[in-house]
Design a binder for this molecule. Structure first.
Ligand code: CTP
Length: 400
């Protein structure tokens, strides 16, 4: 098998410079990349740059090398087309099937997965015309990454930034790995919680845990690559925002609960991967707690935190909503897992065995996914994204 063939479409926005970094990542990881810019993209980055970085000829029009029929062949031969940045104009053209240059022709002839990474001003992104075009493209199976929120051209800030090239690259890698027919979460809204809550004792101290958030982020990335609209509720992770994912930062269990309940209101699935503290200090000291000479320290009184998983399982925000929990167990893993699944009332429970070898923060995981229907799906030791894939497979089956 040759290298996977990727077409990198670049349309005319200032973020075109970030596509150079995406191109570098794609080529360095063993992909054969052909860059197809639009004419306006060349106002930002010239053809010489694309050609030198990709090692291939670059043209914007269908009239170059006509004997090779490039307007048909490039799309037909591609394993993946990614358009980054995608302007409002290219989204409109793609949604309506216009074909007035090489990139739009390529989009019409491609039968492989297509990923759009839009970047534009907030007003243009939010305009009903753009939103309807995005909805059309998603309905047809394209992955349209949600733009990031942040600094835009000039002094403006808002939604519309191109996500980081490393994150767009991750989306491409996942979409390529799964193939064309797998935008099986398109049109769905999923909520994932990740990380570990911190329960403050005083302005400088907290009770926390060692959850890294990596499993939750893998779940969010994988869902986005499978076409879902993803809300990621992140508790103290310090990880970069995955591309195309709405990230809400929280600190405590109470804040996490509020954010989850709000996001879950219209969600098709909720996955509680966060490690939520079961207890919080009963009293928060406004000033730093000081040690007193000759005195024993005071005991810390604790109160229970709400059990978010049990709450959303018992009171589903919409019929058919699928709720997934996580459990870390050291002994009697399966029996404890089954009991917890019943106690919490969720549809699926991902049970991890934790122990000395299986440390927090690692890139790998091993688990059994228990279903309320009695099913048991073992997931062998492997990358967290493999476990994420299995979880979404099981969720998709239940949504259908
Ligand atoms: N969880 C939650 N709210 C809490 C505690 C946990 O939503 N206050 C969720 C976690 O996100 C995870 C699952 O419940 O999905 C794991 O629960 P865990 O804390 O392991 O179970 P417990 O019921 O606390 O059981 P135990 O401490 O006895 O193991």
């Amino acid at each position: 098998m040759g290298k996977p063939k990727i077409v990198l479409g670049v349309s005319g926005g200032i973020a075109a410079y970030k596509a150079c970094e995406l191109l570098r990542r794609l080529t360095e990881s063993g992909h054969d990349v052909r860059v197809v810019p639009t004419a306006s993209a060349l106002h930002f980055i010239g053809a010489a740059t694309w050609s030198a970085l990709s090692g291939k000829p670059v043209s914007t029009e269908v009239w170059d090398d006509v004997h090779e029929v490039p307007h048909v062949r490039i799309g037909q031969n591609a394993d993946l087309v990614v358009v980054a940045p995608a302007t409002a104009d290219i989204l409109a053209k793609a949604a309506h099937g216009l074909a007035d240059d090489l990139l739009t022709n390529t989009l019409l002839t491609a039968r492989c997965p297509v990923v759009f990474a839009p970047a534009m001003h907030t007003e243009m992104w939010e305009h009903p015309a753009t939103q309807e075009n995005v909805a059309t493209l998603r309905r047809r199976g394209a992955v349209v990454i949600e733009p990031a929120v942040g600094r835009l051209t000039g002094v403006d800030t808002g939604k519309g930034r191109l996500p980081e090239p490393a994150e767009i690259f991750e989306v491409c890698r996942r979409v390529l790995a799964r193939g064309a027919s797998e935008a099986d979460l398109a049109g769905r809204h999923v909520v994932v919680s990740a990380g570990g809550t911190r329960e403050p004792l005083d302005p400088v101290r907290f009770l926390g845990n060692r959850s890294s958030g990596k499993q939750g982020y893998a779940l969010a990335r994988t869902a986005a690559a499978r076409g879902a609209r993803v809300t990621l509720i992140a508790a103290n992770t310090g990880l970069p925002d995955p591309a195309g994912v709405d990230v809400i930062q929280v600190g405590t269990a109470v804040q996490l609960r509020e954010a989850v309940l709000k996001a879950a209101a219209d969600a098709d699935a909720v996955v509680m991967a966060a490690a939520v503290a079961d207890f919080r200090p009963a009293r928060y000291a406004q000033g730093k707690i000081k040690k007193k000479d000759g005195q024993e320290p005071e005991a810390i009184a604790l109160v229970r935190n709400p059990d978010i998983l049990a709450e959303i399982s018992a009171d589903r925000a919409r019929p058919g909503q699928v709720v997934v929990g996580f459990a870390a167990e050291t002994d009697d893993v399966l029996a404890n897992g089954r009991a917890k699944l019943e106690r919490k009332g969720c549809d699926l429970l991902v049970v991890n065995e934790v122990g000395e070898r299986k440390t927090f923060g690692s890139e790998e995981n091993e688990a059994v996914v228990l279903g309320a229907d009695g099913s048991e799906t073992p997931v062998p030791y492997g990358p967290k994204e493999a476990l994420a894939g299995t979880v979404w497979d099981l969720v998709v089956r239940r949504l259908a």
